[in-house]
Design a protein around this ligand. Structure first.
Ligand code: GDP
Ligand code: GDP
Length: 434
């Protein structure tokens, strides 16, 4: 179930400052090493044990210092479509300006929970000024200073309560697959091919958003929910918008699903935007299948699939253990195969490994190649267990967890991938003090 908080408001009120405060920029979704542009407008946050995503919708609009009213409207409408909770940021020093009224008018009509955030309340004197914002008809303003962080705790207390109440998607106990990818890669075609195979065995289920329809496929031993992000094409004309919509829609779909099928266009290869989506799914610890669609358009040589796979894996490093399927939605080649691979990834993701087996296999590996001693101190790993989380997470208990390096953890992960089947699944390894 997705928990999405969107930040809206006109330029310069402090949206991105608030965003950074809520998300802790060190946990930005894309790491700098991969060479991919960091997506600073989307991040994960947690408060009182509740995890949620934060989107700074302002960050997606170019030249945002001089926004046209239409742009603001679009931005706010997107937030309404995609988010569970909306933070409407205002600048207490400016009071209410015309653009604020535009935003307020749209938000008053929406059914989502809206919080008025009176920002730049840096001192006691400014607290009194927030009263003006009641006039917007959106309830009580929350006084915060995004720069210092004051007031954000009180705001978050209420935000997570609202998120809690909003969890209502029917928790169908079947795997949920999201079909994601840039515009024109063939998402609609793939879904049509898939559903066309047996039209009468699919049941449309009302989507959470206006035009994404989730579909249950239940036959021939398959039972899964397809989360479709294809409907975004018709809504926008400009390239920039298209990207914006597809990112927003993808974020939502990724949150809702167990496994993503990331479609790429075989004639274009894996591009920066695809890698962004890939990392998004990885950070959310969802299963991943790469689907190279339009394979019919590629001239084949004896090694073309192998070479193609290698090229993709290079760009995905370090998380290379991902299945890659070559499809053609047009000729219907391997479309069902893509689904079967997703089903296997889902199995890999929900597996729980017996503590006994885990220790029998991994402890000898650790003994054979223990962590390097640091400053004369030897790390001894004594016991390993899988934690009861929704995605594979393992705790290695040892005497000196702080001395275990990232590269040793990477080594453990690689060995675990060799010994067990975690293909397509991000795994987490923690060192814990015994
Ligand atoms: P955005 O365009 O809405 O994303 O706004 P920014 O986050 O870029 O902030 C606009 C300006 O307001 C920047 O100069 C910030 O440093 C400043 N600002 C943001 N939050 C606060 C705050 O709580 N107090 C003060 N005094 N300035 C702030
Ligand atoms: P979406 O925007 O990702 O939903 O992409 P569409 O399904 O609308 O496909 C975009 C274009 O690519 C359409 O003209 C499709 O006919 C074409 N297309 C989709 N899949 C394939 C494929 O496997 N092979 C070829 N040759 N064309 C495809």
């Amino acid at each position: 179930m997705a928990n999405i908080v969107a930040i809206v408001g006109r330029p310069n009120v402090g949206k991105s400052t608030l965003f950074n405060r809520l998300t802790d920029s060190r946990k930005a979704i894309v790491d700098s090493e991969s060479g991919v542009t960091r997506d600073r407008h989307y991040g994960k946050s947690e408060w009182n044990g509740m995890e949620f995503s934060v989107i700074d919708t302002g960050g997606y609009v170019k030249g945002s210092d001089d926004l046209f009213e239409g742009e603001i409207r679009k931005q706010v409408q997107l937030a309404i479509d995609e988010a569970n909770v909306i933070l409407f940021v205002l600048d207490v020093a400016d009071g209410i300006v015309d653009d604020d009224k535009v935003v307020a008018n749209i938000l008053r009509k929406c059914k989502k929970k809206v919080f008025l955030v009176s920002n730049k309340v840096d001192n006691f004197v400014r607290q009194g000024l927030s009263g003006e914002f009641y006039a917007l008809g959106l309830g009580e303003p929350y006084n915060v200073s995004a720069i210092s962080g004051s007031g954000t705790g009180e705001l978050l207390d209420e935000v997570v309560k609202a998120l809690d109440a909003d969890i209502k998607i029917d928790e169908l106990d079947i795997p949920k697959f999201a079909i994601v990818g840039r515009p024109n890669v063939g998402k609609s075609s793939l879904i049509n091919t898939l559903l066309g195979i047996e039209r009468n065995i699919v049941t449309p289920i009302a989507g959470t958003t206006r035009d994404s329809i989730n579909t249950r496929y239940n036959s021939f031993g398959h039972d899964f929910l397809l989360i479709d992000t294809a409907g975004i094409r018709k809504k926008s004309k400009v390239e920039e918008d298209l990207e914006f919509y597809s990112v927003m829609r993808s974020i939502r779909a990724i949150e809702d699903c167990d496994v993503i099928l990331l479609l790429i266009d075989a004639t274009l290869g894996l591009e920066a935007q695809d890698i962004n989506i890939f990392h998004l799914a990885e950070k959310n610890r969802k299963g991943i299948v790469i689907v190279v669609n339009k394979w019919d358009l590629v001239e084949k040589t004896t090694n073309s699939t192998k070479e193609y796979e290698e090229k993709i894996r290079e760009k995905l490093a370090p998380f290379r253990d991902v299945p890659i399927v070559f499809t053609s939605a047009l000729t219907k080649q391997r479309v069902l195969k893509a689904i079967e691979v997703a089903e296997k990834v889902n199995v890999n993701r929900v597996q729980s490994i017996k503590t006994r087996a885990l220790n029998d296999i991994m402890l000898p590996i650790v003994e054979n190649q223990p962590p390097a001693a640091i400053k004369g101190k030897h790390v001894k790993i004594k016991f390993i267990t899988q934690l009861p989380t929704h995605a594979p997470t393992f705790a290695f208990y040892c005497n000196l967890p702080q001395y275990v390096t990232e590269s040793y953890i990477r080594f453990l992960e690689n060995r675990m991938r060799e010994e067990f089947d975690f293909t397509g699944v991000p795994i987490q390894i923690f060192m814990r003090k015994k």
